[in-house]
Design a protein around this ligand. Structure first.
Ligand SMILES: Nc1ncnc2c1ncn2[C@@H]1O[C@H](COP(=O)(O)OP(=O)(O)OP(=O)(O)O)[C@@H](O)[C@H]1O
Ligand SMILES: [Mg+2]
Length: 462
């Protein structure tokens, strides 16, 4: 017999844990019981239980902290708080933070069973929608790390959009640059003042599903509107009311659906498939693309009117190689994060050579690639300092390949040229490559730091 549902249980009191676990197992639930709050967010993330029962009072982290972390990380497990009388006030706070219910000690086992049954049944109804939904769980939290001027400007622009509560935002940029992270950042900024409410952030990947499924996913359907429509279903425009939706890879959306989406965005109303009433929508729409959507507009694959509508407010998230200044900071941030997560406190940092390799690598997978690279090193290496040898082969290969192609073929045009202009241009390129780090730029040009500084001054490149 398959389990009725999965319950995660955390209480530092072994007695309570075993009593609840026994009672729930008897009811047919699969129970994972814990008495230690360490890594509990990770455990909940990886086991995705239907319900998590969390004790409020724990040594170390409180149940409230855990709930906050789950919310911040976009983990949507239903949480029930376990409280003692003296923490009733905290229970109220927990409800405001999004806990679905709370149970007061000493427990009435019947009440516990009823509460859990209700949540699991409701969850089963939602599941139909959930399995289609792709809300990435890879975002560590809403914090955006970086110190490059480009990134800081982008964040300022994002905050302005949040303050103005613009209705649609288009985010473009290569894979792994942080489009979803920025969307969540804006969403978070929009709802910060009233952060006690629950504001959904729901994502759909437009490339991952057949057209008709995306349509009913977005707009919902009425029972009987097509063969598989066995019950009424709310679409994400309805479900995200008051919050945001993320349309991932909008460039892949089919024409027919593009027209429907445009109508919904313009009229701020949605009608379920087979439905008769228009339902007002109140959501911020984030749309992302990592392909050149303007080209798709030119070729006629993407509707120009929808493009203009979405593009009214847009953010281009530059690839990491255009903001190399962020690399050391991000690398150290991920190093700290993962050495904490994997309990590798011996890791101290990067050797200058390793850092330089990280700085000059192209990072085609952008921040995601950097993050994964550091995570792998933290897991696999035991040294105090990360050396070039610990870096993945691609990074070493690229560095070597670049060393061998120092000579390049430059053909002097018949009309001649200005050597000064060429020099200036190369210096600019080097600075950009080096993320404005002059030491590194000088190395790229094989000149001294001082002569680079002199040239920069001479050409007015400060
Ligand atoms: N500036 C940043 N600071 C910290 N983490 C970041 C930053 N930018 C991106 N990340 C992290 O990198 C990973 C990839 O980011 P995200 O999912 O937002 O990229 P994306 O642009 O949506 O990629 P894709 O196009 O592949 O969906 C995530 O784990 C995210 O948290
Ligand atoms: Mg994404």
């Amino acid at each position: 017999m398959s389990a009725k549902g999965r319950v995660f249980l955390l209480d530092d009191d072994q007695l309570i844990v075993s009593m609840l676990a026994r009672a729930l197992k008897k009811e047919g639930y699969e129970v994972q019981a814990e008495t230690d709050s360490r890594e509990v967010v990770e455990k909940i993330r990886s086991t995705a239980p239907d319900v998590a029962l969390l004790d409020i009072r724990l040594p170390g982290k409180s149940g409230i902290d855990i709930l906050q972390e789950l919310t911040d990380q976009g983990i949507h497990t239903q949480v029930v708080m376990l409280t003692s009388d003296d923490t009733a006030e905290t229970a109220v706070k927990a409800m405001k933070l999004g806990a679905v219910d709370y149970l007061t000690k000493p427990f009435d086992l019947d009440e516990v069973k009823i509460v859990i049954k209700g949540i699991v049944e409701k969850g089963n109804l939602m599941r139909e929608v959930d399995y289609l939904r792709k809300v990435s769980s890879e975002i560590l939290h809403q914090e955006i790390i970086g110190e490059s001027a480009i990134l800081l400007e982008l964040m300022a622009k994002a905050r302005k959009m949040a303050t103005a509560r613009v209705p649609t935002i288009l985010l473009t940029g290569e894979s792994g640059t942080g489009k979803e992270l920025f969307s969540r950042y804006i969403h978070h900024a929009m709802h910060r003042e009233d952060s006690y409410g629950q504001f959904p952030f729901i994502g759909v990947n437009c490339a991952a599903l057949p057209e008709h499924l995306i349509e009913s996913e977005l707009f919902g359907h009425e029972k009987g509107s097509f063969t598989d429509a066995k019950a009424d279903k709310r679409g994400i425009f309805e479900m995200a009311y008051g919050g945001s939706i993320l349309l991932d890879e909008i460039g892949e959306m089919k024409q027919n659906l593009q027209s429907k989406l445009l109508r919904v965005i313009e009229e701020r109303k949605v009608r379920r498939i087979g439905g008769r009433v228009d339902i007002p929508i109140g959501v911020t729409v984030f749309a992302t693309t990592n392909r050149d959507i303007e080209e798709a507009v030119d070729t006629g694959e993407f509707r120009m009117d929808l493009f203009y509508r979405l593009n009214a407010f847009s953010l281009r998230i530059p690839p990491l190689r255009e903001r190399r200044k962020d690399i050391p900071l991000l690398a150290r941030y991920f190093l700290t994060h993962y050495s904490g997560k994997y309990n590798r406190k011996t890791l101290k940092g990067f050797s200058p050579e390793a850092e330089e390799l990280l700085l000059s690598y192209r990072w085609p997978g952008n921040i995601r690639e950097l993050r994964n690279t550091i995570e792998r090193i933290v897991v696999l290496e035991n040294e105090e300092t990360i050396l070039p040898d610990h870096l993945p082969k691609e990074i070493l290969h690229q560095a070597r390949a670049e060393k061998q192609t120092t000579r390049f073929d430059f053909i002097l045009p018949d009309s001649g040229l200005s050597l000064e202009e060429v020099e200036k241009d190369l210096i600019l390129q080097a600075l950009e490559k080096a993320g404005n780090n002059k030491t590194l730029a000088a190395k790229l040009l094989n000149i001294s730091y001082d002569s680079l500084r002199y040239q920069v001054k001479k050409f007015g490149l400060e």
